[in-house]
Design a protein around this ligand. Structure first.
Ligand code: CA
Length: 227
């Protein structure tokens, strides 16, 4: 069984290859990209546990790749590879949400040790996590904080409950009756029109300002949250 899947984005092919061979020897699954753009598209198309990201990349820089990844994903551990004496890169990298960095040239053993640390850290975070997610929208059930594309969204308690229920049942069509029963409770003898009203409120806040909507109307049936 794989110990985790790691994406390596490094334009120096020899270094990329060396890291890849070491990681595979250690039992990790890997994927490698030699440009920032390729790295980003690999990242968006597959599920990874950790990202090793060179800062100095041709075209899209490592820091730009990091910025774009963090806009949608707060969870993946990212280790930056930086050149010696590039303190500004290290500082911007950490500000942009990198977990750690390695200064080139580095000992592969040290990189392996840091990978173990961050993967362990990540697995505890995920276990304790109370995060519900669809695409770039996340809800933290512990703090009740709702975020889309890095923006905090203010919801009323009822809108929040509705969103959480939709998230917990995402990719399923939910009838108005189902929503009324589960979100408003059995003792609410209201018209199911209340659902349409609240869906409209929710849509305005979570979907309207963004390019792709998650909240879909299924004509004659109800509503569904999906990407
Ligand atoms: Ca480089």
């Amino acid at each position: 069984m794989s110990k985790g899947k790691i994406l390596i984005v490094e334009d120096e092919k020899k270094i990329a290859r060396l890291i890849q061979l070491e990681l595979e020897y250690e039992g990790y699954e890997t994927a490698t990209a030699h440009t920032g753009a390729d790295g980003l598209s690999l990242f968006q198309g597959q599920q990874f546990d950790l990202l090793i990201l060179d800062v100095m990349l041709p075209g899209l820089s490592g820091l730009e790749v990091l910025r774009r990844i963090r806009a949608n994903n707060q969870f993946i551990s990212v280790i930056l590879l930086t050149a010696r004496d590039s303190l500004p890169d290290k500082i911007s990298g950490l500000d942009l949400g990198a977990n750690d960095y390695m200064t080139k040239p580095f000992e592969i053993e040290e990189l392996l040790a840091r990978i173990r640390v961050w993967l362990r850290h990540q697995s505890t975070t995920v276990e304790e996590s109370s995060i519900l997610q669809i695409g770039d929208l996340t809800v933290d059930e512990k703090t009740r904080i709702v975020i889309r594309e890095g923006n905090t969204i203010e919801l009323t308690p009822r809108e929040y409950d509705l969103l959480v229920y939709l998230l917990k049942n995402k990719n399923q069509v939910l009838s108005r009756e189902q929503l009324l029963t589960n979100v408003w409770g059995f003792d609410y003898y209201g018209d199911t029109n209340v659902i349409d009203v609240y869906i409209r409120y929710l849509r305005k806040k979570i979907d309207a300002p963004y390019s792709n909507p998650y909240l879909h109307t299924v004509r004659g049936v109800g509503y569904m949250l999906k990407e």
